[in-house]
Design a binder for this molecule. Sequence first.
Ligand code: FAD
Length: 282
Amino acid sequence: MPLTDKSFSFEFFPTKTDAGHEKLLQVARQLATCAPAFFSCTYGAGGSTRDRTLDTVLQLEREVQIPAAPHLSCVGDSKAELRALLTQYRDAGIQRIVALRGDLPSGMGMAAGELRHANDLVEFIRAETGDHFHIEVAAYPEMHPQARNFEEDLANFARKAKAGADSAITQYFFNADSYFYFVERVRKLGVDLPIVPGIMPITNYSKLARFSDACGAEIPRWVRKQLEAYGDDAESIQAFGEDVITRMCEQLLNGGAPGLHFYTLNQAQASMAIWRNLGLPR
Ligand code: FAD
């Protein structure tokens, strides 16, 4: 697949303050110079960011003029709430949605909500809105942390494709082989939708380690050890992280990945640096 046909995208999270929101728009304007296929904005499971996700997506489209995709998760939201949001998005001209189960904050349990798994949400979106939305779903090359085993997780991923998903974005990983193996195994199940690797730039070791533990992404020993050795030396962490991630992205793109989705954490610099290193067009 030529580079021009690949899909590049950037993910944000909605901010809590006006100042944070203004900064997010500035970051988005910088990243817009890469002419991505879309921006996406996360959603707090249980509706905690319902209005902020909606506002952010609408502003990204209106003010930065890049198509924006809201994430939507089904745990903790009723069908009526999901239906109302889908209507708002459709009426606002939004065309892409990232459909997820979500994780409720601890203490809220998992039974809340009428739809239990992401495949139920994909089915619901299709039933409510037909083919209006391009539906993205999540994929886990290193296995979802709650999955009982890899085979079941693959089968559950295939359910989302069968329910009507158009493409997938992966959880981040630092080992390109896990991605290639996952794609190969999914193809054997007859699932042919594009699976875009999610890319987490490395900028801060302690945050990354905490986050990776929670979401089941493995930091390889050689990467961990070097990052630990840099201690508070932010410049060295950044340079090393940029090098490691650039090489992995090269491997992924050369090996046939249909694009890259950057978890920006609302920062432009790290994703832009990788973009430049890869020689991607601007
Ligand atoms: P599912 O696909 O439902 O899978 C969850 C678990 O259930 C897996 O272990 C799977 O094997 C199993 N399973 C799936 N279907 C079935 C079934 N029918 N029967 C039995 N078991 C099943 N979280 C947020 O809260 N907000 C966000 O905005 C957000 N954005 C994300 C974006 C991306 C690209 C990714 C990769 C993750 C994102 N997450 C977000 C995190 C995500 O919500 C969590 O990883 C969550 O735990 C699982 O969501 P899912 O959609 O993958 O769930």
